[in-house]
Write a protein that binds this ligand. Sequence first.
Ligand SMILES: [Ca+2]
Length: 509
Amino acid sequence: MKKQLIIMFCLTIAVTIFLQFNVFAEPAERPNVLFIITEDTHWKVFGCYGNAICKTPNIDKLAASGIRFEHAYCQGSACNATRTSFINGLRPNTTRLWKNPQRIRDVLPEGVVGMPELFKEAGYTTIDVGKFYHNGNEFAPKQMLAFDRIEHFGKPEGWKGPEPILKFPNAKPDWDKKAKPRTTREPQNEEQRKRLYSDSYGDSGLEQENEGDWRSAKMTATLLEQYANDKSSDKKPFFLTLAQARPHTPYISPTKFATLYDPEKIPDPAAPLSSLKDFPYIGRTTGGNPDIFRESPASPKEAKEAIAAYYGCVTFVDDNLGLVLNTLEKTGLDKNTIVVLIGDHGVHLGDHNMWAKYSLLEGTHRAPLIVRVPGAKENGKVSQEIVEFVDILPTFIDLCGLRNPGNLEGISLKPLLQESVAKPWKKAAFLTDQDQGQAVRTKKYSFMEFGNPKHTAGFEAALFDLEKDPNETDNRINDPAFADVKKELAELLHQGWKAALPPHAAEKL
Ligand SMILES: [Ca+2]
């Protein structure tokens, strides 16, 4: 009897230990990833970022169930530069890519691997819907070959993958409704035609279901449904990236969105010319915007119309994303899918009399970033820490168990997602641009050094006190009261990103 009791006791202990440590359990199921990239997105355009006019209920719902980063910064200001940077977790000085016409295949250092390659290598199904790399099928064919599916985008040579999940009929816009280019010039070639066409806003002349952005969203929703219905035992997790071409220029959207916002109710753009003191960027304040208002600066009425049209594009994108995010929820995939949403970079919406995205100012390099990791402790909160888009790949590596290629120039955001009291974080965000120069941004100040000869003489650098002057209108670079701050920020800029890291991250490098 005593022997039986001892055996029972030992068995109970063994079972308890087994349950406690679950030593034979399968490794935890790896999460899926849905990575949503919108274009040229002003950091404050979504409702959840404080915009009281532009309606984005679906994005706001995502932010409310995830973590919204108030101070998120991209590292390059054109599509090609920022995308090559965040996809590979490297800064433009390392990727050697700053401009849109540069081919990634010509400049990216040999051996660099980014998101598609690392997810594929880790056994994920890799899916691209819409633009991922800038002109990826031609500029980055090797990288694009790492996608198992490519939808709604050109395929690189030699790519073999399944037929499109959905096929749509060609759709011609209703030319009577369609917004006309603002120029009267006749385009001489296709490139000029695109340029002139980008300088327009209003109605796209297309029904929503004939728009590329809606079709991308519909394809993604269909792929998610198909994945959820797949009961095979060897199903892999997915990395799916979805692009929306809006709100890039031209600021056109289907009628119901294009007419949603009354231009008369749109406030004047921040930082009008009259407010600028010692403003160093004279070249950008006299027209010459590359995408819109190319030939002459916007009149106050045109500025409001363009912003209203931009908001229409943003609400259109939000509506499309609703289709995807609701499908994720409906299928239950949201329980094991990380969702990350970013604008690929920022944009000036008339502030400083600038449009488009080529500057070293907040408008250009601050952009939205929302991260939802199922079960993350900090879900529902807003992080005020300075984070950079170059941190996104290290975060995926950390959360999904991907291989770390060892060359990354960002740090995982996981501590900010999981800890209620975050460790000390990055001191600053960095931006470089081959033409414009370089900039650093701390919680209190922005500091930039211009490489562009168009700066105003005597203002080869700029320093803005963001707490007192969030719109960057009053350049304090020559103010003796800011001499120490100027010295400190110049040092930080020249030391570079490593010097701005928190100690726990710097130790790991
Ligand atoms: Ca872009």
